[in-house]
Structure formats: structure tokens, C-alpha cells
Ligand binder design. Structure first.
Ligand code: CP
Length: 335
């Protein structure tokens, strides 16, 4: 049997922000996911994974719509033997009777060992983690998307997908990554940009209409980290320069009454654009998509978004093993 080397980082108590992860964590996570995926090949392997946390329970508290993040966390719980409970609509919980969010979350912690939460409110998972840390029963919190602010587990699965896609071309270092779309309110873009600062030589191109440019805090963060980046409205030039393109949809769930509608048509990747891309270009999208990503592209070998989605499940399995302290049980059987 072979096992992974001891942790080269402090074990996180929670997963709240992409900013909490450095390169040793990212490299370890990549190796761990690859190891975990090997267990998927046999029934015995899957039964072994199911035994790791069969004594644990989780709450999936998703008060903002989700398909893949919810389902992949639910699947990750099942893979590890964790029994998940869920609330997806606060009108079915005692919040409807006036219970505060804080009391609701503290109540979950009375019954489960892990809370995964998605919310429309920026910073909420940080607040809840701080609150629960001061109680006699603190449990790990995973931020599964917090308003337009952060989506750290999406960014971690994006890094895994990039690293895997570039494994035969010296990794993510030195690559040009082009992010397209609603970069102002796209939390996946914010979290992924933070993680990409861990890879020397990465150049970021942010391509968007004027109204959807990145926020100033991200601009300052990249400048202070010495990261090479540019902002451009020129879609054709940006996609031609990219080693990876990260498409995003308009986040109009954050539109307030009176918001100006932005013409997005110039920021849609169409089948006819494929000939402009580098032959090795990786096409990604956190999904769900609308018309910014042509389904005719799905069959192109450079399209990685369906793998990215599946990678999300294994990434979340790995993250839960790290949080719950069973990652050191992931070993390779000798063949
Ligand atoms: N990428 C992502 O967060 O998808 P869902 O909103 O479907 O969870």
C-alpha cells in the first residue's frame, strides 16, 4: 500500500474563501483527487470510500438555486457514506416562523457534523463559521456560493480541471487564461482569479462589456500580487490569445429594478469562433449556460465543461475528506 505524504499545510477548519488556499494545498488536492478517482473503478473501491464517513451526517442548506453544486455535494456525501439532510427553501423551515438565520444554522449544528451552504448573501458563511466556532458544537462550514462574492469549491474544481488539462504541457504556470462575460458579479471568476495567483507566470485576460468589468477589489488584489492581467472589450483578440477560455453567463439574478440591460451578443462563443482558438485551448464554463456558449461546441475536444462538472463531484469528495480528517485513509491498493 502507498499513502500520501503528510499534510504540507494547516488543515482547514472550514472552506469559506479561495483566498485561504496556497499552492501546497492545491497540489495536494490535485494528487488526492486523482487517488480518489481510482476507487471509482471497482465496487470494492467504492465500498471502501463509503466506509470512511458512514458515521457522519451533513446538512445541505441551499437557499439560492443550484443544480450541480447541490447534486455534486449530495453525491460526494453518498460516496463517503455521509447521510445528508437538506433545506432548499427556507419557507419550509422555522425561519418562516421568525427564527433568525443564526439560530437556524446553530440548530443544524446540533444534528449534523458538516454544513454546506449556498446563499445569496456575500460573507454569510464566514459569519456563520465565526458564530459556530464560539459554540460548544462547532462544525465545519463549506461555502457553496455566497452571493456575487465567492464560490471557492467551484474555483478548486476549476483548478483541478485546468491542471489535468495542462498535465502534458507543464501545468498551469505561464498560461494565458481568458475570462469572458459578467465579470462584475460572477463569483466563480473572482474565486478562480484568486487561486490562479498561486501559479507563476499566469496571465489573465478579463474580457467583458464595460458594465461587467471586474470589481476594483479584485483589480487591487491582482496588482498587489504582481499578477499580469489586462481588461479588454475585444472578444476576438482575447480568445485567440488564450490557452484556456472561461466563459460565464450574465448573473441577472442580481439585477435590481432599473438595471440597464447590457448587450451581451459580442461575448458569446460560437461554433464559428473555434478556428480562431489555439489548437490546445481549453474551453471551460462553470455552467449553467445560456446562449453565451454554443452547444455545437460540445463535441469539440477542447470543450472541457462537462468533465469540469464531473470533476466537481470528485473535488468535493476530496475536500470533505480533508475537512473531516480522513484524507490519510486514501491509499492506493497494490495491484
Ligand atoms: N456552477 C454552479 O455553481 O452551478 P449550480 O448553480 O447549478 O450549482
Amino acid at each position: 500500500m502507498s499513502s500520501l505524504t503528510p499534510l504540507p499545510f494547516t488543515r482547514p477548519k472550514h472552506i469559506l474563501s479561495a483566498r485561504q488556499f496556497g499552492r501546497p494545498f492545491l497540489d495536494y488536492m490535485y494528487e488526492l483527487i486523482n487517488q480518489i478517482r481510482k476507487f471509482d473503478k471497482t465496487k470494492d473501491g467504492l465500498m471502501y470510500l463509503q466506509s470512511l464517513l458512514a458515521h457522519r451526517r451533513a446538512m445541505l442548506y441551499f437557499t439560492q438555486p443550484s443544480t450541480r453544486t447541490f447534486l455534486s455535494f449530495q453525491a460526494a456525501c453518498h460516496i463517503l457514506g455521509i447521510k445528508p439532510a437538506e433545506i432548499r427553501d427556507p419557507s419550509t423551515s422555522s425561519e418562516r416562523k421568525g427564527e433568525s438565520l443564526e439560530d437556524s444554522l446553530r440548530t443544524f449544528a446540533s444534528y449534523v457534523d458538516l454544513i454546506v451552504m449556498r446563499s445569496p448573501t456575500a460573507g454569510l458563511s464566514d459569519r456563520i463559521a465565526t458564530l459556530l466556532d464560539e459554540t460548544p458544537r462547532p462544525v465545519p462550514i463549506i461555502n457553496a456560493g455566497s452571493g456575487p462574492d465567492e464560490h471557492p469549491t467551484q474555483a478548486l474544481l476549476d483548478i483541478y480541471t485546468l491542471q489535468r488539462s495542462f498535465r502534458s504541457s507543464s501545468g498551469i504556470e505561464g498560461k494565458t487564461i481568458c475570462m469572458v462575460g459578467d465579470l462584475k458579479r460572477g463569483r466563480t471568476v473572482r474565486s478562480l482569479s484568486h487561486l490562479l495567483t498561486n501559479y507563476p507566470g499566469v496571465r489573465l485576460i478579463f474580457c467583458s462589456p464595460q458594465a461587467f468589468r471586474i470589481e476594483d477589489d479584485l483589480r487591487q488584489f491582482l496588482r498587489s500580487g504582481g499578477v499580469q492581467f489586462e481588461e479588454t472589450p475585444d472578444f476576438h483578440q482575447a480568445i485567440a490569445a488564450a490557452d484556456a477560455i472561461y466563459m460565464t453567463r450574465v448573473q441577472d439574478e442580481y439585477d435590481v429594478q432599473g438595471s440597464v440591460k447590457v448587450d451581451y451578443q459580442a461575448y458569446c462563443l460560437r461554433y464559428e469562433h473555434l478556428e480562431r482558438l489555439k489548437s490546445h485551448c481549453v474551453i471551460m464554463h462553470p455552467l449553467p449556460r445560456r446562449d453565451e456558449l454554443d452547444p455545437a461546441i460540445d463535441a469539440d475536444p477542447r470543450a472541457k465543461y462537462w468533465r469540469q462538472e464531473r470533476n466537481g463531484m470528485w473535488t468535493r469528495v476530496a475536500l470533505i475528506t480533508i475537512l473531516m480528517g480522513v484524507d490519510n485513509h486514501i491509499v492506493l491498493p497494490t495491484l
